[in-house]
Design a protein around this ligand. Structure first.
Ligand SMILES: Nc1nc2c(ncn2[C@@H]2O[C@H](COP(=O)(O)OP(=O)(O)O)[C@@H](O)[C@H]2O)c(=O)[nH]1
Ligand SMILES: [Mg+2]
Ligand SMILES: [Zn+2]
Length: 286
């Protein structure tokens, strides 16, 4: 399934044909990247009978509303840039959602041609780099090539704030992407949704890339406190070393995390982000 537009789904059949599909009945929603079983009903049309098992589902969630971004990914790339202004809170949240699903994740610093803005953004990403996330720098306008080897053979979703350059990157990497987007608008008789839905494109010779709509808020309401903490992998080696087993890593005595921050092993901004996310989600203990 390469794209979902409301109740309409665009499905790529095994022979490469694109089918416009609707779900059978009120079954659970399919996500971009899902493998689905389809019954053909007319030329170019079908009904989704069943959604296949998922290896992972990348999603964000408000308290009573989940938003599936894509399924069956192998990794996510969080697209960042100096312009518009970069929200590191959103970066941290997307990484938590990825870690929860066991997805590899890395950061893309796009628009390096805007030298001054890129310097500011690079500094804002330093805490993530220190935590071990690769940062791939490029200017999609000039040359998307630095990204290519990170995508080969993988199914990668590009996620991030609006305006960071996700669609520009996809258009630079997938020659037929622009045409495909236009085609879909016509196909679904509505241009309206074409830019508000995630869309999967095949990469040659293997793999795929998912362009997703910009996110302003990346809710983690589906995750409890423990899962959010696990989204900060640099804390893992310290597991259980705090004096109190329920240590919040704030002002407790004998906190191994604070000690690691003081020794420069963990970036203080990451702990600030952890606390901000926990406070905002007021995550119940699970
Ligand atoms: N200067 C510069 N602008 C870029 C670059 N990549 C994208 N943009 C511009 O940033 C704006 C937003 O890009 P878009 O791909 O629509 O962002 P998206 O919302 O993340 O999909 C557009 O005006 C692009 O032309 C780049 O490498 N350098
Ligand atoms: Mg876009
Ligand atoms: Zn602690």
């Amino acid at each position: 399934m390469v794209a979902a537009y409301g109740r309409h789904y665009l499905v790529e059949a095994e022979d490469g044909e694109y089918l416009r599909c609707v779900p059978r009945g009120k079954q659970s929603l399919a996500a971009c990247g899902d493998r689905v079983q389809v019954t053909r009903t007319a030329p170019g049309e079908g009904v989704i009978e069943e959604i296949g098992p998922r290896t992972a589902v990348f999603l964000r969630a408000a308290p009573h509303r989940r938003k599936l971004i894509a399924a069956n990914l192998t990794q996510i790339a969080i697209v960042c840039a100096g312009e518009p202004s970069l929200a590191d809170d959103l970066v941290a949240r997307a990484l938590v959602a990825a870690e929860d699903q066991g997805l590899r994740a890395f950061l893309v610093l796009n628009k390096t041609d805007l030298v001054e803005a890129a310097t500011v953004a690079r500094a804002r990403l330093a805490p993530f780099a220190q935590a071990g996330y690769p940062v791939v720098e490029l200017s999609a306008r000039r040359d998307p090539a630095p990204l290519r080897r990170h995508l080969s053979g993988a199914v990668t979703a590009l996620v991030g704030q609006s305006g960071m350059g996700k669609s520009t990157i996809v258009n630079a990497l997938v020659p037929q992407a622009r045409a495909a987007t236009r085609e879909i608008s016509r196909f679904l008789d509505s241009g309206r949704h074409a830019t508000t839905a995630a869309r999967l494109y095949r990469l040659e010779p293997a793999g795929a890339i998912v362009d997703s709509p910009g996110v302003r808020e990346f809710g983690l309401a589906h995750l409890g406190r423990a899962a959010i903490e696990r989204g900060f992998p640099e804390l893992r080696p310290l597991g259980g070393e705090c004096r109190f087993t329920d240590c919040r890593h704030r002002a407790e005595p004998g906190c191994a995390v604070r000690a690691a921050v003081d020794r420069g092993r963990i970036h203080p901004r990451r702990i600030e982000l952890l606390h901000r996310i926990l406070d905002a989600e007021s995550a119940p203990r699970r």
